[in-house]
Design a protein around this ligand. Structure first.
Ligand code: FEO
Ligand code: CA
Ligand code: CA
Ligand code: CA
Length: 654
């Protein structure tokens, strides 16, 4: 039904200028309103957020969490999902991480003990850690259209309102469920874990559930000195994911709070992957392996547990985008692993699509997401590409593999990065969001930036990652990022061959040698991250930048892309040949919104009537989002509507 919307030929709104103000700027004729900031109560009986930050950890089981990220608006009719309903819906969103210093009444507080073992030298308060654990995860919020027809308001006390946190029990499903690699003291059978964590981008499934992603879970885990040696492959796998011995995690230190008797309670020790017991059922050595998955949530079934879909691989998942479904064909999902030099993946389901599964909830998820083939992308220098399968026993993914001898498919999936290494996958400049064009079926991925490109031996220049340059007085690899895209062979998303080009090189317009897409002041950008094709074929691009923020804070742009190979061969300033797929103009890419200083603009969803666009403002600086009279900045959702109530970009569609 959405295919018959004709995409406009040009973008007709007036571009928003660069801005570094502490306010939002949106295109003329539109209004932007902050809603659902950190701490907003979803239920009566929970006090409003106060700037003293004394809200209890427990209260966050019924409040909006921190660092709003990926989201989706689920239209609702009666008690069921309706993809066409706009009056009422469930807004489901991720709370990616916490700004510790802005969340605790004490700021970022640690107790230091230099005599302790390395990973316990800085210890945090139990109350702070509990609050942080509950500020992560997902929020489900029922929204209803306001009486005047403009935008939405929360339905407080809705039976659908719900928080899922980093302590909510979750189910492991697919080939890794029950594996020795995920058995813990919490569940010695390896089918359950506690919590979802660092939920970044988001996606919808074709059957109407929410797909959240676990990205930087590494940061909340610690690994000390293992009392008992793990297998060589397990050790290698941990290190490939950043967890070497005596790794204290990032600043969170969730494994450290301790009581008077000096034993660390189970709720904290579970973030410590040090092997201390006789076997995996006595400690949390495998806790780390139970995070890093695409996780499915049915927002319409509030008693259901999140389902970690292990068949889609374990890595720093950014988002998950499905290809248009066709009856009788497999369902295909595209995903990026956001770390410098990591890979792009796709999952092809074993089950064939049937429209009868729409509305089928987690049962449909069991059908399509637990069995299938995970592939990793190789981008050849000549513009062709191929998908290589992560299947145990094929292409050397077996016990003979030197770095990590793979004993089975569970090991291939838990240590997907190591399997992809063995297959010769192409190391990319930090794959962030993926989106599929509803017009051409071509797949777009933001490669946000990579300071190691061309600077580190293991990340040499390639046609798909062709820039490395000096900026701001220093060698910075690919400082501004780009967007790559490809067309699957024969238009078949299950194909193993494709053709690619680089849709867009981001750059400050004044950085002439790197401005390969010829951006101007109305559309220049740096570090593309969030990416979303609306059903009309308009591509929305969001930024998470630090390289150009002296000139402009992070932003949202609208674009009208063409297709692969409509560009020309070029050579970058680093001497690398590649193909650029577009020449920018005010007709085909334009800045629509600029966020407040210090923020990232991320997460995007539109109501089915195209009249309301929701985006998220993450980690704003200064005091944006603070309560009246307060000073603590807060992440929040922003609701954008046209002043005349018409559809978003109406002027371009007439
Ligand atoms: Fe959570 Fe890669 O952004
Ligand atoms: Ca991101
Ligand atoms: Ca980012
Ligand atoms: Ca972020």
């Amino acid at each position: 039904a959405q295919g018959n919307l004709k995409r406009p030929d040009t973008l007709k709104f007036t571009a928003v200028a660069h801005s570094t103000a502490d306010t939002m700027s949106v295109a003329e004729g539109y209004q932007a309103e902050m809603i659902l900031p950190l701490g907003t109560p979803l239920m009566s009986g929970i006090a409003d957020w106060k700037d003293n930050r004394e809200q209890s950890a427990e209260s966050f089981e019924w409040r909006m969490g921190d660092n709003h990220d990926g989201m989706w608006f689920f239209g609702k009719k009666g008690n069921a999902y309706d993809a066409k309903a706009s009056k009422n819906g469930l807004l489901v969103m991720n709370h990616e991480y916490v700004n510790s210093s802005e969340l605790s009444p004490f700021g970022y507080h640690v107790i230091s003990d230099n005599n302790a073992a390395p990973i316990y030298q800085n210890r945090r308060l139990a109350s702070d850690v509990r609050r942080e654990v509950n500020c992560h995860g997902v929020a489900v919020v029922e929204m209803t259209r306001r009486a005047d027809g403009m935008g939405y308001e929360m339905v407080k006390d809705s039976k659908y309102n719900r928080r899922i946190t980093s302590s909510t029990p979750a189910q492991l499903t697919g080939p890794v469920a029950g594996s020795d690699l995920v058995k813990t003291k919490f569940d010695p059978t390896g089918f359950q874990t506690r919590g979802i964590n660092n939920n970044c981008g988001a996606g919808l499934s074709p059957w109407g559930t929410y797909l959240t992603t676990e990205e930087n879970f590494l940061g909340v885990f610690a690994r000390g000195q293992d009392a008992e040696q793990l297998s060589a492959s397990h050790n290698y796998g941990r290190e490939r994911y950043g967890a070497s011995e005596n790794f204290p995690g990032w600043e969170y230190l969730w494994h450290t709070p301790y009581a008077k008797d000096e034993t660390i309670a189970d709720e904290f020790v579970r973030w410590d992957m040090t092997a201390t017991g006789a076997d995996a059922t006595e400690d949390y050595r495998n806790g780390f392996n139970t995070f890093g998955y695409i996780t499915e949530i049915d927002p319409f079934d509030r008693h259901s547990a999140p389902q970690k879909r292990t068949a889609l691989g374990r890595f720093a998942h950014e988002n998950c985008a499905y290809a248009p479904v066709e009856s009788g064909k497999p369902v295909v999902f595209y995903m990026g692993d956001d770390a410098r030099g990591e890979y792009i993946y796709k999952f092809v389901s074993k089950a064939r699509w049937s429209n009868a599964d729409i509305g089928g909830g987690l049962k449909a998820g069991d059908k399509y997401l637990n069995e299938g083939t995970l592939y990793v992308a190789v981008f050849h220098e000549d513009g062709r590409g191929e998908w290589r399968p992560l299947v145990h026993g094929q292409n050397g993914l077996d016990a003979t593999n030197a770095e990590l001898p793979f004993a089975g498919q569970d090991e291939v999936l838990v240590f997907a990065r190591a399997a992809a290494d063995a297959l010769g996958a192409t190391k990319m400049d930090r794959p962030e969001w993926v989106s599929v064009s509803p017009m051409t079926g071509e797949v777009y991925v933001t490669l946000t930036n990579n300071k190691y490109r061309g600077e580190r031996e293991d990340q040499p220049l390639s046609a798909a990652n062709p820039r490395s340059y000096e900026a701001r007085g220093k060698s910075r690899g690919n400082d501004n990022g780009h967007i790559i895209r490809w067309a699957e062979a024969g238009g078949d998303h299950a194909a193993t061959r494709f053709e690619w080009d680089i849709y867009l090189f981001a750059a400050p317009s004044e950085l002439a040698a790197e401005n390969l897409s010829q951006l101007n002041k109305n559309n220049d950008l740096s570090s593309p991250d969030g990416l979303y094709f609306d059903p009309r074929g308009v591509l929305w691009i969001q930024t998470d930048d630090g390289a150009y923020t002296d000139t402009s804070s992070c932003m949202l742009l609208a674009a009208l892309p063409g297709q692969v190979n409509d560009g020309a061969p070029i050579t970058t300033s680093a001497g690398q040949q590649t193909r650029v797929g577009m020449t920018a103009s005010d007709d085909n890419i334009k800045r629509f919104f600029v966020g407040p200083e210090g923020c990232e603009v991320t997460g995007i969803t539109m109501t089915p009537d195209f009249k309301t666009l929701f985006i998220n403002i993450q980690h704003p600086g200064n005091t944006w989002g603070a309560v009246a009279g307060g000073s603590t900045p807060r992440s929040a959702t922003v609701m954008i509507t046209r002043e005349d109530g018409d559809v978003i970009l109406a002027e371009s569609f007439t």
